[in-house]
Design a protein around this ligand. Structure first.
Ligand SMILES: [Zn+2]
Length: 259
């Protein structure tokens, strides 16, 4: 047991819009992986009585309230109350997607799809300042890349087949990679390519103080999951937490991002 563990209190992300990389269908997203191992977990996505989509950690058949409810309806997948668990993987990355940053408001703009299907940047910030002359640059925000087996198998395969001059795999944290999400729903797939030598390449060591501790369990408690299942709103759950002087995590509101 170390008396001093420099990794014991990693900074967690609270200020950013979302701590998750958002993979938008058809849009190239560029990230660089910051660590060598992903974290895997099972989770359920629940819709709360106030219409929020929240992910709750599945703790297994014997202790998970969602699995218990599934069992109570004979695991009938056609029953609207049935909520399957999904295996999810997470890893810290630095998001190097090209964004425009307003010099006036500090707002960050990613390209969004226009009516012709092209990805374009907003031409104004929220204060009305023109962004036309602002040059897009890599975002450089530390985030969590989260996905299912399909995406992470592809990441593993890319790492194994991206070889250095000596014919062995390169360090997967040493180069950016591009991810393009294609298709939707069950047909969602990902096109990955390694961007070895890309100008946006960063030194992962410069970001170690920002990585998020993915093993820390900051999700809902068992009592809270049971409350969600019985119709308690997220607002009331957080109000109860405040009453109990627990901290609120806005990470729980992140969107479902597909497989
Ligand atoms: Zn479960």
């Amino acid at each position: 047991m170390p008396l001093f563990d420099e990794n014991a209190e990693k900074k967690t992300n609270v200020a950013r819009e979302s701590r998750f990389v958002r993979l938008v269908t058809g849009m190239p997203t560029v990230v660089q992986i910051l660590e060598h191992d992903s974290v895997a977990k099972y989770q359920h996505w629940l819709t709360t009585s106030d219409g929020k989509r929240v992910s709750v950690r599945c703790t297994g058949f014997l202790s998970c309230p969602v699995c218990a409810r599934n069992a109570s309806i004979d695991n009938d997948r056609d029953n609207p109350k049935y909520v399957a668990s999904q295996r999810r993987y997470m890893i810290n990355v630095i998001d190097l997607t090209m964004v425009k940053r307003s010099p006036n408001t500090g707002e960050i703009f990613i390209a969004t799809k226009d009516t012709n299907g092209r990805f374009i940047y907003s031409d104004r910030d929220s204060a009305g300042n023109s962004l036309v002359d602002v040059v897009a640059e890599p975002w450089k925000a530390v985030k969590v890349l989260e996905g299912g087996p399909r995406l992470f198998k592809k990441l593993q395969s890319l790492a194994e087949t991206t070889l250095g001059s000596d014919g062995t795999p390169r360090d997967p944290t040493a180069y950016p990679l591009q991810i393009v999400r294609v298709g939707d729903g069950r047909d969602t797939d990902y096109l990955l390519s390694a961007l070895v030598g890309n100008a946006a390449t960063v030194n992962p060591a410069d970001y170690t103080d920002q990585v998020i501790d993915l093993r820390a369990d900051s999700g809902f408690t068992r009592d809270e999951v049971e409350a969600i299942l019985s119709g308690t709103t997220i607002k009331d759950i957080f109000a109860a937490r405040v009453a109990n002087t627990q901290s609120i995590s806005d990470d729980l509101f992140d969107l479902e991002l597909g497989d």
